[in-house]
Design a protein around this ligand. Structure first.
Ligand code: GRF
Length: 230
């Protein structure tokens, strides 16, 4: 991981991305990498679905892909088999950071503990509330005034690792689950690169809940929040 000070330039973070769907968040990272706006190299993309549009995005950017389909030969690939292949692939790519961006399989504790780099996940709620699925619908049903997305460290317990960053919006009286999904996704597209930049600059660390540089610069306690409603 990099150190941002006068004597040591920021190291390029090698990132592996795990996806299951459209890959709009992956596209944001590809665009930032290609524009030189983030100090990252996307070293590979793993999908558990062979029809994920994210694969097209990766191939168009000449990024190596691994398809570990959970519908292999018409028979669902067991999680252990998936994790064995995924771990081998990650070891080969040697990432500094693994990003779950719309990855929809629950991973086992032993996989999470043994992957070759720290792992972060993008989740569409203001954790610790609304873990799991259908977050937008549940937020509306509960009459919440605020909603958003979180990036957290991945631990064995689902959506329960240290929350690093959040982006927050105000729920509008006319919002539907669909409009909230669209509005939250726009926040995700800002939150993910911002968080990766903070990690690359060592403002945030995945080693512990606070870093020496956070203490030194009097940053607030985690999670850091972005209010970018508009
Ligand atoms: C995101 O909205 C994320 O919150 C959810 O899955 C979606 C992935 O979107 N877990 P994309 O594949 O990056 O377009």
């Amino acid at each position: 991981m990099s150190i941002d000070n006068a004597s040591q330039p920021i190291k390029t973070l090698r990132i592996a991305v795990l996806v299951s769907g459209s890959g709009s968040n992956l596209q944001v990272l590809i665009n930032a990498m290609q524009a030189g706006a983030l100090p990252i190299e996307i070293v590979g993309v793993i999908s558990n679905r062979e029809d994920a549009y994210a694969l097209t995005r990766a191939k168009d950017a000449n990024i190596p892909v691994a398809v570990l389909s959970h519908v292999a030969s018409g028979k669902r690939m067991g999680i252990k088999t998936f994790e064995g292949h995924a771990n081998e692939q990650l070891i080969a790519w040697q990432p500094d950071l693994i990003v779950l961006a719309g990855f929809m399989r629950v991973l086992s504790g032993s996989f999470i503990d043994n992957v070759p780099a720290p792992m972060i996940n993008l989740h569409p709620s203001l954790l610790p509330v609304y873990k799991g699925l259908d977050t937008h619908q549940r937020v509306l049903q509960a009459g919440e005034r605020q909603h958003g997305c979180s990036i957290h460290k991945v631990t064995a317990e689902l959506d329960a690792g240290q929350v690093l960053t959040q982006a927050v919006l105000n729920v509008d009286i006319n919002d539907t689950a669909e409009s909230l999904q669209s509005r939250v996704q726009k926040l995700e597209h800002q939150l993910l690169p911002w968080t990766i930049l903070l990690l690359a600059k060592n403002v945030l660390s995945l080693e512990a809940s606070t870093t020496s540089s956070q203490k030194a610069t009097y940053l607030p306690t985690l999670p850091l929040q972005l209010f970018i409603d508009g």
